[in-house]
Design a protein around this ligand. Structure first.
Ligand code: ARG
Length: 567
């Protein structure tokens, strides 16, 4: 859409100023009344050309006015050139993006490994798990949308001394129930009991370590217990994942690397990267300026650690998948661990693909009651249920304003959507604030608002009996109202926004855009008659409505949220 403008601008600059700038960039003006597109090239060149930027800008604007694609061109401020496209140009572009959005993307090339969720098993998911789980799924969805071949990976914490503890607790207090019939809550209770008892009786910790060693050495009974626990956990995880529209290609957890650590340990020792630490342990040291403490990779008793498994995991992923990138989504608390891990890989001389530990901040609760619940964890499933209950109440309170023929399904969609949107609409690098009122508001930056706007657009299309699939003809329109133009421009931004949100790994960029699109559509809806418009205007407005609905749907789904056709 901008190529002709760029070519023409180059031509003037060459003819009038004997200048050929490297790149001429166009962007959307902050204030939509400043046109569809603007360039600062005149300001950029003024210094080297020793000219007044306004003079350069005027020449460019004059040239722009001669182009058939351009409806209006103005010079503004110290030397911006603002452009208004002819409506036909914008409409053709809209049709083009619509076709591009529905075209099947072929995912090829070396994979992008996206690791997220990674709960430790034998415990139900806690509310904080929603962060890694949902942020990771959104990034997976966005990379796929960009055509990347993503391997969604759940790295379960299914190994380590905590299993020794659990096995000891089960033997002592588990009663007669076979392990396979235990619930996750019962497993959690056993684990909690272990810690209570261990405070009084230190010998229990030793027993747990010894039991884990036995498990590592292949004790059959313990292995069976471990498998049962893994199965129980996975089953109950899947229930929550399904409600959140989260899914994985692989769930190879820490236990998978059990037999892959020895070679890494040997390599590190042989290369002199792993050095003997205290009491026979092995550590990695880093240069002083890095400010990183030593990294423990093997304990004095020969036991491996979280770090050892992550080293083996890196090696395995690189050798097996030759990925173009490895992304690991975690809490900020793990930052140092991954910095040490990456530095260790480099010391080992491993060639790493693009690697990033995608961090998110801590969760804070607006509701005091939630943050002060002591002892037991605040379970994600219970919070989801609570969100659905609140959504159901909201539906009821709105009476006829919210209509549905399947209220439980709508409540589930709104409740889970509200919770997820409440997370992904915040800058992940900051603390994430959990606030029921904000999440469930019908007219704020929330899932219900987005869902409502989608349903509103769909309702218009139904009333008009509009065939959304038929976009064969571009409405022949010569003038656009301000609201139409703004909506059109906003719709055109979608693909660029997804691209930015994906490359920066920032879901809230997309959420913010969808919120603005909703505001823009609602302003248009409230001021421009759609069904009562005639001829080409009606076609235009219905086309804008249909495109809004589809961008909202696709965008929401990238954020793992579903939108209703009616509400
Ligand atoms: N399971 C770990 C935890 O809950 C997170 C795993 C992060 N990923 C990794 N490759 N270490 O703390």
């Amino acid at each position: 859409m901008h190529q002709k403008l760029t070519d023409a601008a180059r031509q003037v600059l060459e003819e009038e100023f004997h200048s050929s700038p490297g790149e001429i960039s166009w962007r959307r003006p902050q204030d939509p009344t400043h046109g569809d597109s603007t360039t600062v090239v005149a300001l950029q060149l003024a210094k080297t050309l020793k000219k007044n930027p306004l003079e350069i800008a005027e020449k460019i604007a004059a040239k722009m006015r001669t182009l058939s694609d351009v409806e209006k061109a103005e010079v503004a401020g110290p030397g911006y050139v603002n452009i208004w496209f002819h409506p036909q140009v914008l409409l053709k572009e809209l049709a083009r993006t619509r076709t591009a959005a529905t075209a099947k993307v072929s995912r090829k090339g070396p994979p992008v490994i996206m690791e997220y969720s990674q709960p430790n098993i034998a415990k139900p998911l806690g509310i904080h798990h929603i962060l890694s789980t949902v942020v990771g799924q959104v990034l997976t969805n966005m990379h796929r949308h960009q055509g990347d071949n993503v391997l969604a990976w759940n790295y379960l914490g299914d190994w380590g001394t905590q299993f020794g503890k659990l096995a000891v607790a089960y033997k002592k207090w588990g009663g007669t129930k076979p392990a396979s019939s235990l619930s996750l809550d019962e497993l959690l209770a056993l684990y909690v009991r272990f810690h209570e008892e261990a405070e009084k009786n230190e010998a229990l910790e030793d027993e747990a370590r010894a039991t884990f060693r036995k498990l590592e050495q292949g004790d059959q009974e313990l292995r069976a217990f471990w498998s049962a626990v893994v199965e129980i956990t996975k089953k109950s995880l899947n229930v929550v994942y399904e409600r959140l529209h989260v899914s994985f290609d692989l769930d190879l957890g820490e236990s998978f690397y059990e037999d892959k650590m020895e070679t890494v340990l040997e390599e590190g020792k042989k290369k002199g990267v792993f050095k003997e630490g205290e009491k026979g342990s092995w550590i990695v040291e880093f240069p002083e300026e890095s400010n990183m403490p030593p990294y423990l990779v093997q304990k004095g008793d020969g036991a491996t650690l979280y770090s050892t498994r992550d080293l083996a995991q890196m090696r395995y992923r690189i050798d097996t998948y030759h990925p173009q990138a490895i992304y690991i989504v975690t809490d900020i608390a793990q930052k140092l661990h991954f910095e040490q891990l990456e530095a260790t890989c480099k010391q080992l001389g491993w060639e790493l693909p693009t690697f990033e530990n995608i961090l998110f901040g801590r969760m804070r609760f607006a509701d005091q009651k939630m943050s002060t619940r002591k002892g037991n964890i605040l379970k994600l499933e219970e919070v989801l249920d609570e969100a659905v209950r609140r959504a159901d109440k909201m539906i009821e309170e709105h009476g006829d304003a919210i209509q549905t023929d399947d209220r439980p399904a709508l409540a589930e969609m709104i409740g889970t959507g509200a919770l997820v949107y409440g997370i992904v609409s915040q800058n992940r690098k900051m603390d994430i604030v959990f606030d029921w009122d904000r999440m469930l508001s019908l007219d704020g930056n929330s899932a219900p608002y987005l869902q409502y706007t989608h349903a509103r657009a769909k309702s218009v299309l139904r009333k008009a009996e509009f065939n959304e699939d038929d976009d064969s003809e571009t409405p022949s329109i010569d003038t656009l109202t301000e609201k139409e133009r703004l909506l059109l421009n906003t719709l055109l931004q979608f693909e660029g926004v997804v691209k930015d949100a994906c490359s920066e790994h920032m879901p809230h960029i997309l959420a913010q855009y969808l919120f603005e699109l909703c505001q823009c559509y609602n302003a248009f809806y409230n001021s421009e008659p759609i069904l009562k418009a005639e001829g080409e205007k009606r076609l235009l407005r219905l086309r804008l409505t249909s495109q809004t609905a589809s961008v909202l749907r696709v965008g929401a789904e990238l954020l793992t949220i579903r939108v209703p056709d009616r509400m």
